[in-house]
Design a protein around this ligand. Structure first.
Ligand SMILES: [Mn+2]
Length: 293
């Protein structure tokens, strides 16, 4: 019996998920956890919400030319629930290790951002890109060292993480700004993104290694609240969906070894955010399948 059998329970299948685990290239895993959300919780409902909403979207992508329904993916269901962030991270790590051990790409639907620590820890030598309005680089937040606001800091401490890059930053705390600057942690702000894509591409190319596997973590609050109002910590002056998908498309030309999409919360949504997250998922997997743009 493996960790998937032990810690994952069946759910409604994404788009009917017709493929078996052994034949799939992408393994979808829901992580319904929002135990450390301090402002607007409810992201634990997002894995189920996306599985419902995605049925209403067209699956063919004019960007990548890939039809998501033709992609070899398998939805294994949702991680067991726990109120302990440590326990969730531990279970995510074991399950993702098993998925990656079979040479498959884990695609994780959160849930809050904390889950990214377990996923990244499970992979061999890796570089990590955070698409996020926030740094999540605090050493501790409200007396907790393991939560959505410290997850990137914990990721930078992992021995298997070769480099990190933050894209879409527009709401750093002073502590995080000083930490990132003093450690030379590279970041691209929302203002940089709005000033042109060529600069951003060359920034990505100068910071990432094409030979090494890449993990992409998409915090839905990287989008402007006009596009994604239903997130745990909305932050104005963000980017639009097309720009985010363009960036993901470029990152997909690297060796993507894992992906997550986190922090959307249906509880504060007008319906739009879950639709955006579903679309981003379709386009991201399409681009990875097509080898980027
Ligand atoms: Mn985040």
């Amino acid at each position: 019996m493996g960790y998937i059998d032990l810690y994952v329970k069946p759910s409604k299948l994404m788009l009917g998920s017709k493929r078996r685990f052994d034949e799939a290239r992408y393994i979808i895993l829901g992580v319904p956890f929002d135990g450390t959300s301090t402002f607007r919780s409810g992201s634990r409902f997002t894995p189920s919400a996306i599985r419902v909403v995605i049925d209403g979207l067209e699956t063919y992508s004019i960007r990548s030319g890939i039809d998501f329904e033709d992609v070899m993916f398998c939805d294994i269901g949702d991680l067991h629930e726990s109120l302990s962030a440590e326990e969730v991270v531990r279970m995510v790590k074991l399950v993702v290790s098993e998925i990656a051990g079979y040479g498959k790409i884990p695609v994780i639907i959160g849930g809050e951002h904390t889950l990214t620590l377990g996923a990244v820890e499970a992979l061999p030598e890796i570089q990590v890109v955070f698409l996020d309005a926030h740094f999540d680089l605090r050493d501790e937040y409200l007396d907790s060292r393991l939560c959505h606001a410290t997850v990137a800091r914990r990721v930078t401490e992992l021995g298997n993480v070769k480099s990190t890059l933050h894209i879409g930053v527009r709401a750093p705390s002073k502590e995080e700004y000083i930490f990132a600057s003093s450690r030379g942690i590279p970041y691209v702000t929302t203002l940089d993104l709005k000033r042109g894509s060529e600069r951003v591409k060359s920034m990505i190319d100068s910071k990432l290694d094409r030979e090494k596997p890449l993990y992409i973590s998409i915090d839905m609050d990287v989008l402007d609240p006009a596009y994604a109002p239903g997130v745990a910590n909305p932050e104005p002056d963000g980017i639009d969906t097309g720009m985010l998908i363009d960036i993901i498309g470029y990152l997909a030309s690297y060796r993507v070894a894992g992906l997550d999409i986190v922090e959307a919360t249906p509880v504060y949504d007008n319906g739009l955010t879950i639709i955006q997250a579903s679309k981003i998922l379709i386009e991201a997997i399409g681009y990875i399948e097509a080898g980027g743009r």
